[in-house]
Write a protein that binds this ligand. Structure first.
Ligand code: SF4
Length: 277
């Protein structure tokens, strides 16, 4: 069986940058996971003594705190500053962009619509930058948009990992119902590149392995894209989850990996597939 890697996969610019920033700050803490990958977080702990705190109350005043790629809500950042924590900001610049747009447009009196998952950390952060919480709405479907009490001026941003086709549906609905709509395409290119490459590879592969965190939206998206043309697509976090029967009588195994998956995990998976297939 042949193994082929997608032409674009794995770590994106924002994740590479966050890891480099964290590695430069040994003995610090990240508030929430730095990236969606347990194995990489464990490596940072073992090699650089970078701890993880899940709750802001656990952060002591003298802790150095690395802000994760997805960012954190504005009030929590303000609290850390008030506590005089040393703040090391590893928020991806592509996430800072919608935060800044929301702050600026809501100051100018625009209703804010955010296309994304309201429970995702990135979106919790982005929505927190609205001046008026009652005039900022997080939606997933155009049906939801139709029910919103929006002002005549609307600014729209997207979660970085969303599909452009789905974003366009929200744009279309808003344009038909509102007088003024400012659309900011804040979807990240890294997401497109990995998605297009996974789609192309899954058309010819008879088994696809997508490697990444089970809670990572961009990994789950790669998996659902792969499933369309390759029903035998599996999402795994690391090589331990591989099963030999997936590869029986297969000729081409495609491999893709989410934006938070380090190359060393991808290599471990390839080595194990070669051993068991
Ligand atoms: S996927 Fe894009 S937005 Fe998300 S961390 Fe990577 S570069 Fe930044």
């Amino acid at each position: 069986m042949k193994i082929e890697l997608a032409s674009s996969y794995g770590f994106c610019y924002g994740v590479k940058r966050a890891i480099e920033i964290a590695e430069e700050h040994k003995d610090s803490f990240t508030y929430g996971p730095l990236i969606h990958n347990k194995d990489e977080i464990n490596r940072l702990k073992d090699n650089f003594n970078i701890g993880l705190v899940e709750n802001i109350d656990e952060i002591e005043n003298d802790n150095a705190v690395v802000i994760r790629t997805h960012g954190i809500p504005k009030d929590e950042l303000a609290l850390l500053k008030k506590q005089k924590n040393k703040i090391i900001n590893a928020t991806c610049p592509y996430v800072t962009t919608p935060q800044n747009i929301v702050a600026k447009m809501s100051k100018e009196g625009y209703s804010i619509v955010i296309f994304g998952d309201k429970n995702h950390p990135e979106i919790k952060g982005v929505v927190s930058y609205a001046e008026n919480a009652n005039d900022a709405f997080v939606v997933l479907t155009s049906e939801e948009v139709k029910t919103l009490p929006l002002s005549s001026k609307v600014a729209l941003v997207s979660q970085t990992t969303k599909k452009p086709e789905d974003f366009l549906k929200i744009v279309n609905t808003l344009i038909l119902t509102q007088r003024e709509v400012r659309v900011f395409n804040t979807i990240c290119n890294a997401t497109f590149e990995n998605q297009d490459a996974a789609a192309a590879l899954s058309k010819k592969a008879d088994v696809m392995i997508v490697i990444g965190g089970k809670h990572s939206s961009n990994t789950k998206m790669l998996h659902s894209i792969s499933l369309k043309d390759c029903p035998e697509s599996y999402l795994i976090e690391n090589e331990e989850e591989l099963q030999a029967e997936w590869f029986k009588e297969k000729t081409l195994c495609g491999i893709s990996a989410g934006a938070s998956t380090p190359d060393w995990i991808v290599q471990n998976v390839i080595d194990k597939i070669q051993k068991i297939s």
